[in-house]
Design a protein around this ligand. Structure first.
Ligand code: XUL
Ligand code: CO
Length: 439
């Protein structure tokens, strides 16, 4: 058998003084941060689609990636080779989890039955490799967007035959996720959205999407799948208007259709910024509503308006992300999945290693800073003081629901002097910088 990544050593922690590019400078898996190790806090995961199947193709040119495992003519031979390469890669980097779409791991056959057979062959070997290595499945999902049948969407397609097909596809994807002990199952609405309202029955499409998700909930119960269901919001791309726009939109959709007790969010940094939010905003909205499930760890380019899926290297963002995660009491059964791809010009296999090291170190550093920030309670104390007026007098009565417009008018008529105090944004930004630079 070909040994992939043969010239790449196992990657270890060497500390921040190390100049070895093939070593972690900050990610020290067994180091304790509070009462958990870094490994337990961060729960890193490799995304099969970008790392194993990504070719580097873009609208202007063909793929550039040198990937030895793709050098076969039969699609099943490629799938088998990718699987071996995936586990060698994760082992070398000590990545404890992975995620996949059904179509990343096995090619479609001529019929749905043949496609499912292809999946079963791969899943058998995957189970063995997971057992040998201890590497676990963070989540599975279905690619219900790539094939031309999904041209008008999947569960929101105008074509009922497509709805039936995607139901069958997701059923199978849930079964294999369950069989592999997956911790979560993700729904990203690949083409669930629209291009123009001139040809769209939005109400029917949303009703159908809700029906579809209810069917998934029912089927999970039927097969005893106890993993967490996650929805991954994204505002645009591929459709102009994706229905799962952002956390707030998805949350109200779930509530409207009585689905909110079954789903949490898988929050992706680059999707947040495409929606005009910060990564922290989306994590925060999910956290305060008790629906922060898992994270697709990447970053976009502020100068580009599409999903560039870059490896996360911005410490400011990783710090604020980990701050939200820590305030959430951790990721629980979720994790940090590198839904990120190396740039087209980074086409050698070793670039995949550098990219993951960069992402893992950036999050490890962010975790450490966030932990110290939280320990100091500097932001919490400031915020508590800022809202102090709601802890006594009229503020307390507002919070306790004891007053209405009439009582408040009475109060306001007698209160001729309103005194506001500064929000001190720049001072707080300076404190945050100090933690980032010195923690
Ligand atoms: C697309 C995206 C997906 C999901 C899984 O932008 O993020 O890869 O994470 O379908
Ligand atoms: Co994603």
């Amino acid at each position: 058998m070909t040994k992939y990544f043969e010239d790449i050593p196992n990657i270890f922690y060497e500390g921040k003084e190390s100049k070895n590019p093939l070593a972690f400078k900050y990610y020290n898996p067994k180091e304790k941060i509070g009462n958990k190790t870094m490994e337990e806090h961060l729960r890193f995961s490799m995304a099969y689609w970008h790392t194993l199947t990504g070719t580097g193709a873009d609208p202007f040119g063909v793929g550039t990636m040198i990937r030895e495992w793709d050098h076969f003519s039969n699609p099943m031979d490629i799938a088998k080779a990718r699987l071996e390469a995936a586990f060698i890669f994760m082992k070398k980097l000590n990545i404890p989890f992975f995620c996949f779409h059904d179509r990343d791991i096995a090619p479609e056959g001529d019929t749905l039955a043949k496609t499912n057979q292809n999946i079963d062959i791969i899943v058998e070997r995957m189970k063995e490799l997971m057992k040998e290595t201890g590497i676990q499945l963070l989540w599975g999902t279905a690619n219900a967007f790539g094939h031309p049948r999904y041209v008008h969407g999947a569960a929101t397609s105008c074509n009922a035959d497509v709805f039936a097909y995607v139901a069958a596809q997701v059923k199978k994807a849930m079964e294999i996720t369950h069989e592999l002990g997956g911790k979560n199952y993700v729904f990203w609405g690949g083409r669930e959205g629209y291009e123009t309202l001139l040809n769209t029955n939005m109400k029917l499409e949303l009703d159908n999407l809700a029906k579809f998700l209810h069917m998934a909930v029912d089927y999970a119960k039927e097969i005893g799948f106890e993993g967490q269901f996650l929805i991954e919001p994204k505002p645009k791309e591929p459709t102009k208007h994706q229905y799962d726009f952002d956390v707030a939109t998805v949350f109200s959709f779930l509530k409207e259709y009585d689905l909110d007790s079954y789903f949490k969010m898988n929050i992706e940094a680059n999707h947040a910024t495409l929606a005009g939010h910060t990564f922290q905003h989306e994590l925060h909205v999910a956290r305060i509503n008790g629906i922060l499930g898992s994270v697709d760890a990447n970053q976009g380019d502020p100068l580009l308006g599409w999903d560039t899926d870059q490896f996360p290297t911005n410490i400011y963002d990783t710090t604020l992300a980990m701050y939200e995660v820590l305030k959430n009491g951790g990721l629980h059964q979720g994790g940090l999945n590198f839904d990120a791809k190396v740039r087209r010009g980074s086409f050698e296999p070793v670039d995949l290693v550098y990219a993951h090291i960069a992402g893992m170190d950036a999050f490890a550093r962010g975790l450490k800073v966030a932990y110290q920030l939280l320990e100091s309670q500097v932001l919490e104390n400031f915020i508590e003081k800022r809202y102090e007026s709601y802890t006594y007098g009229i503020g307390k009565e507002i919070v306790e629901g004891k007053v209405g417009f009439k009582e408040l008018e009475e109060y306001a008529l007698q209160n001729n002097k309103i005194v506001n105090v500064s929000g001190r944004q720049e001072m707080l930004e300076s404190i945050l910088n100090q933690y980032i630079l010195e923690a």
